[in-house]
Write a protein that binds this ligand. Structure first.
Ligand SMILES: *Cc1c(COP(=O)(O)O)cnc(C)c1O
Length: 363
């Protein structure tokens, strides 16, 4: 009996594996595996979500007009340049379906966000991977991988899972090296966390270029990962093309309402930034002090490198931490089998990670 057969290439795609969220019975769980915020969402966002929950029988506004207006006001943008999605992951996939097909290529860097690979393959196109230097995207390597078939270059800035970033000068140099028919996709999921004077999320480049878009998310600093909400800014021609293939009601009303309230709560965002600044520095210093390799991060997570030796490896550390309720992220799928990704958590969890790894390394 023959069942339906997926399109060529679909079964070659490895499905995205989310961060684990289980601990042994009776052990307090600390989920530090998906870069969620320890502060949760703004109280205003929760209230707006609850209020929107009173009208579930009506379809939402398919154009996400009120949310686009709120984002436009917050960033000084034209709402016509904005599109919202069920997470920025949806928007990244829609870009792939809009601009890529069989025979086309999409370029991204060695340890780049896995969704780029999945979206490229799903569109029937070919992923092209450029090596990194010091776990950081390398503009020359990316440009060297561009061919006549290239249609998209994806850049997570800062990148997940490495936590590294490209200064604005480098992003501009990357853009300047691309043909105007190649779309540069800047994925700035962690932009709010970055404390670096030479960083720019992409707003300026988008405003002045016909072939640059920037994707943002409500899943990280805004603490709304469960609602699936993201947005993208880009030239109207790109936004128009993507709008033609998105689901007509891709963003739910409660998600929009929460997003509008969240983006207006600057105090909550400031608290999240302050928490991250403090504990990112603490964890970087303490884990380095334990002798572990820690890639300097500008995000809300750290890539922690372990020795290859038996008993001290990333795999062993993961098992040791998990037994004690500390769930980090294995990053083998990113070509990083000797590292774990650690999300900055609440104070108690951050201190526990340091003490647990101290114990692990000295046993
Ligand atoms: C978390 C993350 C996203 C956002 O995903 P959502 O679909 O908006 O939850 C996008 N890009 C990167 C690099 C991320 O780490």
């Amino acid at each position: 009996m023959n069942g339906p057969v997926p399109r060529k290439g679909i079964l070659d795609i490895d499905a995205y594996v989310p961060g684990k969220s289980a601990a042994p019975a009776g052990v307090k769980l600390w989920k530090l595996s998906s870069n969620e915020t320890p502060l949760g969402p703004s109280a205003h966002a929760k209230a707006a979500y609850a209020a929107a929950g009173e009208k579930l029988e009506l379809y939402p506004d398919g154009a996400s007009s009120a949310l686009r207006t709120a984002i436009a006001a917050r960033y000084g943008l034209d709402p016509a340049w904005l599109i919202c999605g069920a997470g920025s992951d949806e928007l990244l996939s829609l870009l792939a379906y809009t601009y890529l097909g069989p025979g086309d290529e999409a370029v991204y860097s060695e340890h780049g966000f896995l969704v780029y690979k999945i979206a490229t393959l799903a569109a029937g196109a070919t992923p092209v991977v450029a090596p990194e230097k010091n776990y950081t995207a390398d503009v020359d390597a990316l440009l060297a991988r561009v061919t006549a078939k290239t249609k998209i270059v994806f850049l997570a800035n800062p990148n997940n899972p490495t936590g590294t970033y490209l200064p604005f000068d480098e992003v501009k140099r990357l853009h300047a090296g691309l043909r105007s028919d190649i779309l540069l996709v800047l994925d700035a999921a962690y932009a709010e966390y970055v404390r670096a004077n030479d960083y720019e999320s992409g707003l300026e480049l988008v405003a002045t270029s016909p072939n640059v878009v920037m994707a943002r998310t409500f899943s990280k600093i805004y603490g709304l990962a469960n609602l699936r909400l993201g947005w993208m800014v880009g030239p109207p021609a790109v936004i128009d093309a993507v709008n033609r293939i998105r689901g007509p009601f891709n963003v739910s009303g409660p998600a929009m309402a929460a997003g509008i309230a969240a983006i207006q709560d600057d105090g909550h965002v400031a608290d999240a930034i302050a928490h991250n600044d403090k504990w990112l520095a603490f964890l970087t210093k303490e884990l380095t002090g334990l002798g572990l390799g820690v890639t300097p991060s500008v995000g809300n997570f750290l890539l922690v490198h372990f020795p290859k030796e038996a008993g001290k490896s990333a795999r062993d550390a993961d098992a040791f931490l998990t037994e004690r309720g500390l769930i980090l992220r294995r990053v083998d799928a990113y070509g990083l089998p000797d590292a774990l990704r650690l999300t900055i958590g609440p104070e108690e969890a951050n201190r526990l990670v340091v003490e647990t790894l101290r114990e692990f390394l000295s046993k």
